[in-house]
Design a protein around this ligand. Structure first.
Ligand code: FES
Length: 166
């Protein structure tokens, strides 16, 4: 094979290889366009269990990062995610406090001090199949409540009491 012919063969191979690679890239891009870009997120509606499991006052749910607030038969759900930079706030005697930068919120979730720019959001509660459902993807005003059909369960007596205790 002469040197001139060998060079021609190499250029032809490079051209065919490049065209083939370009064609493959087009096919891949086209086939990728058939698959939608979907962001898989956990469901925003969470099942919290029977309403009777929430006693009078405020119950913190770590997984959902909410407080379930019960006043008599009325239940509400308040976000525990600070509106400043997203830390988890803690319940206090008369409201909520963020340990990260010191924001304060009153019992209705209104920001009363610190850098938090907005109140804590409330989420709607509903009943489905006897279980409380919170919709973490929706915000409502504090006036939106759910009336529980059942009162809270009475606290259970401690187990294994001493002999003679009654
Ligand atoms: S994250 Fe709560 S005050 Fe900054």
């Amino acid at each position: 094979m002469s040197e001139r012919r060998s060079r021609r063969w190499m250029l032809r191979t490079l051209a065919v290889g490049g065209a083939f690679a370009g064609g493959l890239a087009h096919v891949w891009a086209w086939s990728r366009s058939l698959v939608p870009n979907v962001l898989y997120e956990p469901p925003k509606q969470r099942r919290l269990g029977a309403p009777t499991r929430f006693p009078e006052g405020t119950t913190f749910l770590q997984e959902e990062k909410i407080f379930v607030v019960r006043k008599g038969d009325v239940l509400r759900a308040l976000s525990a995610v600070c509106t400043h930079l997203g830390c988890t706030v803690g319940a206090q005697e008369a409201g909520y406090h963020c340990p990260c930068h010191g924001s304060f919120f009153d019992a209705e979730g209104t920001n009363t001090g610190g850098p938090a720019p907005r109140p804590l959001p409330w989420h709607p509660l509903s009943l489905r199949g006897g279980a409380l459902i919170v919709d973490l993807g929706t915000e409502v005003g504090p006036e939106i409540t759910l009336e529980s059909p059942l009162p809270p369960e009475p606290p259970k007596p401690p187990r294994g009491g001493r002999k003679g205790d009654k």
